[in-house]
Ligand binder design. Structure first.
Ligand code: ATP
Ligand code: MG
Length: 229
């Protein structure tokens, strides 16, 4: 309908400096991501990739510059509207104390057990469906998950949350090659018409991206399509 989010992101001269640090983590970043465009962010550890994603989710406001979503400053979006618009798989996927169901359903409160079961199977976590399944207690005093399992819980949440913008911070880090291929293919289907910002250290999946941005020391130092870089 008329007020549906299109998913256009625009960073104008955005800088960010963490409190009590000597240098800015992001330095005068300008980037225009059109609705439906897919952008990969590459660059060595510490160059500012995750920080950029945090600013897009409004975890923090830029120290300088402005971010617009569909032409409206990010800080003018209501919290619920922003959460609806953006789905994010963070680098460290948090599990909280609650059942497996609780840990998934936050992404999509109306999801049925059947839908949760389907998405867990899609991400290759069907082993978690053995008794007590969705009722299994997670977090403190409960079932602990491996890094790769946690990451796929993050993916499952993103798949359940049908948002027009999808932000992925190294979604396949630590997964074996076969699982990685499976997850990337799932994400590709899910994101077909969505705006995507995909952070990765790995060089797989890049041919699906429209634009590749190479970051260094808080700046975008190169930008181009897959063939150009
Ligand atoms: P990686 O590939 O290792 O995930 P990254 O590109 O995501 O790295 P960021 O996490 O964005 O890098 O970090 C950018 C810079 O900001 C680094 O110098 C880092 O040490 C610093 N930094 C990150 N988080 C914080 C924080 N909470 N407080 C202070 N400095 C931080
Ligand atoms: Mg990071």
């Amino acid at each position: 309908h008329a007020d549906a989010v299109q998913g256009e992101l625009k960073l104008d001269n955005v800088s960010y400096q963490y409190p009590e640090t000597a240098n800015p983590a992001l330095n005068h970043i300008s980037l225009h991501v059109h609705a439906g465009q897919k952008v990969a962010l590459l660059g060595r550890t510490g160059c500012g990739k995750s920080t950029l994603l945090s600013l897009l989710t409004r975890a923090w406001d830029p120290s300088n510059g402005e971010i617009h979503l569909d032409g409206k400053p990010l800080r003018q979006w209501s919290e619920p509207a922003l959460r609806q618009a953006i789905s994010v798989v963070t680098q460290r996927v948090d599990m909280f104390n609650g059942t497996l169901r609780d840990n998934l359903i936050l992404a999509c409160p109306q999801a049925s057990d059947e839908a949760l079961t389907q998405v867990l199977t899609q991400v290759g976590l069907q082993t978690l469906l053995a008794e007590p399944g969705l009722n299994a207690w997670m977090g403190d005093g409960g079932r602990q998950l491996s890094g790769g399992e946690r990451r796929r819980i993050g993916i499952a949440r993103a798949l359940l949350h049908d948002a027009p913008i999808v932000l992925l911070d190294e979604p396949t880090e630590g997964l074996d090659v076969q699982t990685e291929a499976q997850i990337l293919s799932l994400l590709q289907q899910h994101c077909a018409n969505k705006t995507v910002v995909f952070i990765t250290h790995r060089l797989v999946g890049l041919e699906q991206m429209d634009t590749i941005c190479l970051m260094d020391a808080g700046e975008i130092v190169e930008q181009g399509d897959h063939a150009a870089l």
